[in-house]
Design a protein around this ligand. Sequence first.
Ligand code: HEC
Length: 279
Amino acid sequence: MTRLALVVVLVLITSIVLADKRATDSTPAEDLRLYRDFFSKRFPGIPLNEFGNGTYTIDSVSRDSWKAIEAFPPYTPMIEAGETLWNTVFANGNTYVNCFHEGPGQRKNFPYWDSKRKMVVTLPLAINECRTANGEKPLSYQKGAIANLLAYMSYASRGQKIDIEIPDKDALAAYNEGKSFYFARRGQLNFSCAHCHMESAGMHMRTDTLSPALGHATGWPVYRSKWGELGTLHRRFSGCNEQVRAKPFKAQSKEYRNLEYFLSHMSNGMEYDGPSARR
Ligand code: HEC
């Protein structure tokens, strides 16, 4: 069998297994194993943490210029702006530390399942809940001040291991919703996330090399040259929904929070390394 044929067969088998598993009760641990195996067979020899570099993990042509950008990263001023925000005292005299007792470096604690409220709590959501609990206005979720805060907190958390827990059956239901979202075809193009970022990972779409889904949740927020600014993970979700001409969901909607929960779980064992630079 040629190498290409082998890849095609492998992709088909894995997609069928994952699709079947979706219908049955595959555990998150089984999903994680399948997903990891899929990418390590597809892109052999790449260390796990490297996958956090998105398209540059596999596109050696653009990798060099990206490395040069990361050496003097465009997001440095945003980390500093985030630090200033972090230290700014709220009108009631409190600061973010009153909500985030461990300080800024606690990316590892998010997203998590809140068993009492039966919902996924992401870091941006927790930031806004902290603000409103202290009488401050919530920040808008896609870019700007919240992205700066996230950049500062992520930078302070670099190297923390992702270890998403799925503690009970309600959490499992949310995880499964995120998983179904990932594999559901949508939009006029009728593509699922998995079509582009699993089956077609490494292939070209216009001028892009499609990144592997593994590690997709590790490096946020992202400074994109195309945006000319920082954006959040949910901003990217919207963009990818729009690419297939599907109506995007709101940042921090239940749909996107559950999707983030699933994607983050699929990166368990990898390190948070945000913020990052992208084209
Ligand atoms: C039609 C193909 C297509 C579909 C479908 C698609 N994306 Fe993307 N996505 C892209 C392209 C192109 C990029 C930019 C190049 C890259 O990093 O892959 C991208 C980038 C991303 C990134 C940024 C990766 C990084 O390291 O910077 C994430 C995260 C992402 N997509 C998630 C998703 C999710 C979740 C879905 C499903 C809701 C989805 N995508 C659906 C084409 C697609």
